[in-house]
Design a binder for this molecule. Structure first.
Ligand SMILES: [Zn+2]
Length: 581
């Protein structure tokens, strides 16, 4: 892609040009400058200016006039929420991956003009403000521009409006896909259900700048599975189709749309304003991402797009992760949030111990959201819920707003704790909840909490032996341990490590992964199984696996267990999972 950036009103002194190293909503460092080439700098009259490449992402123009023009080409071939993807079908532009900006000029208003390839009928979908023609837009400042991904190409467009008090916001769906119009019509109707149900949590929509919210979807075979929230839009990408994966795609819609309140406006102070030059570390992603992950499936259920059974399976997934991951003993949910720069689209060639030391703040935060929601409902007989907490956070931190691109009243973790105390009507409840589950290492009593709603948490494999979440892989030389062995598991105690080759278990030669799995599953907790394995350096080891009870659980409805839902359970469940319309 050819890019021309003209800076005007440039003050005296060296002009520092930067490519971003961070992209709003993504937490690892990225060297977007690596794809920039043919960079040239000229003055207002077109004369070349001397430029020094001072850091990988920085160019400095020491001597210049009021106008400096920068031109370059930038390569990009990844369709997702972070990068640039340009091919003959479209230009999928994430601004930090595409645009050079100037240090100190970030408050200047910006004009943006997209020039599609000659002869193409490409249109533009974006949250940028409309300009003088269909390819021209404006941004009030750099923060807003960098938060405004733009899809330039041939997409299908659907839109709907939803009256909301004195406002009637417009929702647009720009979908680049290979499906047909009828599929998209049905999809748009489901998106509208999600949009309406999510509003019910907060009681009102966020005040979208320009009165419009835009879903920018690329459902293409070469797209990567992703969703990325922005202030008045979201990028939704997947290799799946609406026809084949409707519910999965809607799940991402529900998550990202919930972000238009939670994180885009109810924003942690640690992320405001977003630093484009460096990592953005936040201890609040269990709330910003985790609670959003909790409400996504909940909104889907309330909107009638999924069943209680499907929601229960999703909740079992996150509860299992929290109950069985060794990482819970290593770091708190607040500390896991601070690991995002290492785990959110971070790449490196060395191995990590994340299987043992990390639980995703999405997953753990979702489980905390579940625990908090049910605890609040439990202690107030249904009068107070997590919806109420989110609404209180909205009133205090989201609603005050700010100029487009900024949030004037971001929150701290102590602010969130204070809001919980006020909503719950108990300082002690808030203190305890944070100390145990957010800034501590405990897991809530999910079985007791879920029972109130007529959901049964029970062992997934009762009476079955368990050696720890041992992941195996089969290669040409046999069966090996594929990942880090969980701390304190029977396999860990027996001395097994990653890459060890399993030779025998219970006296039987290990020929396939199922030899190992079945030998363990046949035995009971407390049984000991002899194993022989070879360390990666060649040492042969004989040990015993002392099996424990499988800690994994499933969550099913009372009805599925053959029992009857009580009236109290029915009322509790309806208030929790029923539509609030
Ligand atoms: Zn998210």
């Amino acid at each position: 892609m050819d890019v021309e950036v003209t800076f005007t009103g440039v003050p005296d002194g060296p002009l520092r040009l930067h490519m971003s190293r961070s992209s709003p909503g993504r937490y690892a460092l990225h060297q977007f400058a690596k794809n920039v080439f043919d960079l040239k700098v000229t003055d207002g009259a077109g004369a070349t200016l001397a430029v020094t490449h001072t850091r990988p992402e920085e160019w400095v123009v020491a001597t210049h006039g009021r106008t400096v023009a920068v031109s370059y080409r930038v390569f990009g071939d990844r369709v997702d929420g972070t990068y640039l993807g340009v091919d003959t079908g479209h230009a999928h532009i994430n601004m930090p991956a595409a645009l050079v900006w100037a240090v100190g000029l970030d408050r200047q208003p910006i004009d943006v003009r997209f020039e599609p390839p000659p002869g193409s009928n490409w249109r533009v979908a974006t949250q940028l403000f409309p300009g003088s023609d269909e390819h021209t837009f404006t941004a009030p400042n750099l923060q807003y521009l960098m938060d405004s991904p733009s899809e330039v190409g041939t997409f299908d467009l659907r839109s709907f409006t939803v009256p909301d008090g004195s406002r009637t916001p417009t929702f647009r769906l720009a979908v680049h896909h290979s499906g047909d119009g009828t599929e998209l019509d049905g999809f748009a109707r489901d998106v509208e259900k999600i949009v309406r149900e999510a509003r019910n949590v907060y009681g009102e929509f966020a005040p979208y700048d320009g009165g419009t919210y835009t879903f920018l979807a690329d459902y293409l075979p070469h797209a990567n599975m992703d969703g990325m929230e922005h202030r008045n839009s979201t990028v939704l990408t997947a290799s799946a189709s609406i026809r084949g994966s409707r519910l999965d795609l809607l799940d991402t819609v529900a998550h990202e749309f919930f972000h238009s309140w939670n994180v885009e406006r109810i924003r942690p102070r640690s992320l405001e304003p977003f630093n484009l030059d460096d990592v953005n570390m936040s201890g609040e992603l269990w709330l910003a991402e985790g609670f959003t992950s909790y409400f996504g499936p909940l909104v889907m259920r309330r909107a009638g797009l999924t069943t209680t059974r499907e929601l229960a399976q999703e909740l079992a997934r996150v509860v299992n992760a929290v109950l069985t991951s060794p990482g819970r003993g290593v770091r708190t949910a607040e500390e896991m949030s601070q690991q995002a720069p290492f785990t959110d689209a971070a790449t490196a060639i060395d191995r990590t111990s994340f299987e043992n030391t990390f639980i995703s703040y999405y997953t753990w935060g979702e489980a905390i959201g579940l625990a908090l929601d049910l605890s609040l409902r439990d202690r107030t007989s249904g009068k107070v819920s997590l919806d109420r907490f989110m609404r209180a956070m909205w009133e205090k931190f989201g609603k005050p707003g700010g100029e487009p691109g900024y949030v004037t009243t971001p929150y701290t973790i102590d602010d969130a704790k204070a809001v919980l105390a006020s909503v719950a009507g108990s300082q002690e409840f808030a203190q305890q909840f944070f100390a145990k589950y957010i800034q501590g290492h405990e897991a809530a009593d999910y079985a007791t909490l879920l029972a109130r709603a007529g959901l049964v948490l029970r062992p997934l494999n009762p009476g079955m032996g368990y050696a720890g979440g041992l992941q195996l892989t089969t290669g040409s030389d046999g069966v090996r341990v594929a990942t880090e062995v969980p701390f304190d598991s029977p396999a860990f105690a027996a001395g097994l490590e990653r890459e060890d080759r399993m030779l025998s278990i219970g006296g039987a030669a290990v020929t396939t992964e199922s030899t190992v799995r079945e030998a363990i599953a046949r035995r009971k907790p407390g049984d000991e199984v002899p194993i022989v394995f070879e360390r990666r350096a060649g040492e042969r080891v004989t040990a015993r696996l002392k099996l424990v009870a499988d800690p994994r659980v499933e969550i099913v409805t009372v009805e599925e267990t053959g029992k009857t839902l009580t009236a109290a359970q029915r009322t509790f469940r309806r208030a929790w999972l029923g539509s609030e319309r």
